[in-house]
Design a binder for this molecule. Structure first.
Ligand code: NAG
Ligand code: NAG
Length: 289
């Protein structure tokens, strides 16, 4: 607000003894940022308000601004816009306005605001770590990974939760990183299907392999193509000693394949710890909403 306007405004306030009238000294929101995983999309900012509140306005670039009823004159520093950004491929931007407390009037026409970066759900939401199961064929020549497409925060017309496969369809692929449990060598394989088959071109029969899986969306910009890494899991091998090695100190049998061969759930190795922590953080955020 211009100095002159403020002077006039303050003068008017005092002149008419508006008891609820407030000056425009609200701090601007800072660090406005998007946190989005599997289309659960939060707008977050600082600092915690004291004697004022925040209102979020969002819009597709160039269109009318809208408000989410949960983010009007709120004392929170985040706003869940998952169900507001309905056009997943549109480019959105949001403003965080610093406004009077709920129930307090103000004659200000414009409140201080901070504009977010642009955000396109389809391009920008992080894809969380997938779960998968390992099955070894009876003749031990083939290993199949059954990947569970992660659920999104979006619902279809039948009110069923949509998976990332429902959203990305053919554009969703998975990248598998794998290697023998006894070696540090790694190979990768890209699969268009959520059912990933590794045959004799990829794996030696009867050998234990360890796998990491992550979503891969080649249509996105390079830095957004890969999702979070899954936990590492290993297939059983013929060589019993493999399972007594350090790789599987905390391994526990988590299930049994239809062929009767058990598979194991390995501990997360060092390089995965960061991802695990960020995963847990996002997970908690996701489910405490
Ligand atoms: C904004 O973020 C920076 C870096 O994380 C932090 O140091 C600063 O305190 C934040 N601002 C507010 C108002 O909390
Ligand atoms: C809110 O409180 C701060 C610090 O106590 C003060 O500087 C500011 O003027 C107050 N703003 C309003 C709108 O009352």
């Amino acid at each position: 607000m211009l100095k002159m306007e403020r002077v006039i405004f303050t003068t008017l306030c005092s002149a008419f003894f508006f008891t609820n009238c407030v000056s425009g000294d609200y701090p601007k929101a800072q660090n406005v940022s998007w946190l989005s995983i599997n289309f659960k999309t939060l707008l977050m900012w600082d600092p915690k308000p004291t004697n004022y509140s925040y209102t979020v306005e969002y819009s597709v670039i160039g269109q009318n601004r809208k408000k989410n009823q949960h983010c009007i004159r709120t004392m929170e520093t985040e706003c869940d816009l998952s169900n507001s950004l309905v056009d997943l491929k549109a480019i959105y931007s949001a403003d965080v306005l610093s406004e009077p407390l709920r129930g307090v009037n103000s004659d200000l026409i414009e409140f201080p605001h901070t504009t977010s970066e642009r955000f396109t759900p389809y391009e920008d939401t992080l894809i969380g770590r997938p779960e998968f199961k390992i099955e070894v064929s009876k003749d031990k020549r083939k290993i199949t990974l059954y990947v569970e497409d992660p659920l999104t925060a979006l619902f279809n017309e039948q009110n069923q939760q949509r998976t990332i496969r429902d959203v990305f369809a053919d554009e969703l692929q998975y990248k598998v990183t794998f290697g023998k449990a006894t070696s540090t060598g790694k190979k990768t394989k890209i699969s268009a299907s959520s059912e990933i088959e590794l045959d004799k071109r990829d794996v030696d029969p009867g050998v234990s392999y360890c796998f990491n899986v992550q979503a891969y969306i080649p249509s996105r910009s390079t830095d957004k193509q890969l999702g979070e890494l899954s936990q590492r899991q290993c297939s059983p091998g013929d060589d019993k000693s493999v399972f007594e090695g350090k790789d599987t100190n905390n391994a526990k049998v988590v299930g049994s394949s239809p062929t009767g061969i058990t598979y194991k759930h390995c501990t997360v190795s060092g390089f995965g710890l960061k991802h695990l922590l960020s995963g847990i953080f996002l997970f908690i955020r996701y489910f405490t909403r």
